[in-house]
Structure formats: C-alpha cells, structure tokens
Design a protein around this ligand. Structure first.
Ligand SMILES: [Zn+2]
Length: 346
C-alpha cells in the first residue's frame, strides 16, 4: 500500500515537472500518452491494484483514480489553452491589412466589331427597326433563288460560295434573313439583321468570314427618299458627324434600282491626296442599297402591287475599322488585344 502511495506521489511530481516543459499541442498529446495511455504510468498503477490485499484495494484505488482525474483535467485545460494560442498565432500570420491598396486588374473591352454592331443596333432600334437573326448555314433557296438569283445566274459568281455536300451553303450575305422574315412576319416590316457571312476570299481587304448588317423596310408608298433619310440618320449618328454622301448607280439582283453609297473620308474629308484610308479620293464605299425587287417581295409572300420598300447591306468590319482607325482587316480576327483596343476609350 505504501508503495502505491509513494508511486502516486512520484508520478504526480513527475507529471508536474513534465508539464512545465510542454509548449505545444503535439507535446501535450505525447504527455497524455506517457501518463494515461495503455502503457502509461497511471494505467500501470491501476494494474498494480490487483496484487494488493482486498481490504486495501478501495483506498488505493481511490487514490489512483484521483491522480488520473487530476492529470486528465489538467491535460484537458492545457490542451485547450495551447490550441487557442496556436490559432491566435495563425491568425497573426495570415492577418489581412485592410488599409493596403487593392490589387488592380486590367479592365477588358468589347471587340471593335461588337462595339460597332451595338452602336448600329442602338441607332436603328431607335428608328423602330427590330433586330432579327438568321442561320449561318443556309438553304441555297434563301441565299440565292428567293433573292432573284436563279441557278446559273451570273450574280452567283459575284459571291464565291462555300457549299456543303447536301447543297446548303455558308450564307454569303445577310439578305436571306429578309425573305425568312417576310414569310414569318408579313408586311409592313422593319428589320435589321446583323451577323457573320462567308465567302471564298482572303487578302488584306477581304476575310473569308466577315460581318454584315442588313436593313429592310417594307410598307406602302416607300420611296428612295425614305431610304436616304434612313441611311443619313444611321451613318451620321454612327460617325457623330454630318457626312457628305454620294450615290452611284449599281446592280444587285435583289433590288431595282440598285445604288451604292459613298461617304466622305472619315480621316481627311478629301483634303489629303496622300490619305491611306481613301487613297486620296476623298470618298469611302460604305453600303449597297436599293428598292426591293418585286420578285423578292413575291418570295416573301408580299404583294408587290400593294407594298414596296428598300434594303441595304453594309460591312460592320469596315465600319469598325473606320471608326477606330484600324488599317488591316485581318487584325480584327487575330486576337491582338492591345492593337484592337488602341485608340479607343476604355
Ligand atoms: Zn482620306
């Protein structure tokens, strides 16, 4: 009995001493194993109890249990305190100084063609036009025949076409959306159709894929004056300037009469014989237009005796290049972001 009590005393002292050397949670766990683990010092004492005479066991058992409880509660308290210390330490290391200036990121911008398209759509929807989209893989019928371009018509050569094996095409212009919309909505109709178009062309001024904007207005008693007024608003608003314009006679199968529109050079207004934008001519070709051909109205199931109207098509890539001073069409599609954003407001 005396042995056990002495043991308890010495274990208690050893524990107190060991505890003073503990400085983190891993060390306190080791300490716990050393004293309370399966082969720990306190546990071995409990085993010794069996060898005592029966009458001495309760008192000895109580003494050992008391020691175990004391050690357990000290370890629990110490563990909690050490954990809190460690957490505080981690917080201090990761401390965020909210007074530091924030990291800045370069801001993005829209592609010039997207910006030009959005500008045009804003102007035209303001005039009461509705935006309509059509398929880029198009039936030969809508791309050609419905637009008064029958098979073997020489105008098909004007537009080198990508054909699919089944006879469908990558649309060569946005004009097929005209007939699709006339069939769907009937007359009167006022639509604009932006989108990608495709032709077998690739050089500094031609890309096999480019962006067009089609405009169509059909109503009663429409004249070329209405068409000119419409384009005046569109182009003057887009370039933020009252532009000089000139119309030249032209030919398109889907309009009669057909015209082409030139605007004064955005860069030099005709004052610079060495201007690289207009090559000194002072004029820029911008748009094909005309009064809608009666055959096209018929394709759209609209009575040409009752209704007439006009259509135009213009290149959105060219508009974007002129507005933002870009000089090679191909750079629009090469993803050189600093170049595309140069000269434009963020
Ligand atoms: Zn010029």
């Amino acid at each position: 009995m005396k042995d056990i009590l002495e043991n308890i005393q010495s274990i208690s002292e050893e524990f107190d001493l060991s505890l003073t050397n503990v400085s983190n949670t891993s060390e306190i766990m080791d300490l716990k194993v050393r004293f309370l683990g399966k082969k720990g010092k306190v546990t071995s004492l409990l085993r010794l109890l069996g060898s005592l005479p029966a009458e001495k066991r309760p008192a000895a058992g109580n003494a050992v249990n008391e020691l175990r409880n004391t050690i357990e509660s000290i370890i629990q308290e110490k563990t909690l305190a050490l954990k809190n210390d460690e957490l505080r330490q981690m917080e201090l290391q990761d401390l965020i100084d909210v007074t530091l200036p924030a990291k800045s990121r370069p801001s993005g911008g829209f592609h010039p063609v997207v910006e030009a398209t959005n500008d045009v759509l804003k102007i035209m929807t303001g005039l009461g036009f509705t935006v309509v989209l059509g398929p880029e893989i198009e039936e030969d019928y809508y791309n050609f025949e419905a637009l008064n371009i029958p098979p073997h018509h020489p105008a098909r050569d004007m537009q080198d076409t990508f054909y699919f094996d089944d006879g469908r095409v990558l649309r060569t212009h946005t004009s097929p959306v005209e007939v699709r919309s006339m069939l769907k909505y009937g007359a009167p109709i006022r639509i604009i159709c932006p989108g990608r178009v495709y032709r077998k062309d690739s050089d500094p001024t031609h890309s096999p894929m480019f962006h067009q904007l089609e405009g169509l207005l059909i109503d009663e008693d429409i004249s070329i004056a209405d068409l000119k007024g419409c384009l005046d608003v569109l182009l003057d608003s887009f370039f933020n300037k009252e532009l000089k314009k000139r119309y030249r006679a032209s030919y398109f199968p889907f309009t009669e009469p057909s015209l082409e529109l030139d605007i004064e050079c955005i860069a030099c207004s005709g004052s610079d014989p060495g201007c690289r934008i207009c090559r000194g001519s002072g004029w820029l070709e911008i748009c094909g237009l005309g009064m809608t051909h009666p055959n096209v109205l018929r394709s759209g199931n609209i009575d040409p005796e009752k209704y007439n109207g006009f259509a135009w098509g213009l290149g959105l890539d060219r508009l974007a290049m002129l507005k933002y001073g870009l000089n090679d069409l191909r750079t629009l599609f090469e993803g050189n972001v600093p170049y595309l954003l140069s000269g434009r407001e963020a």
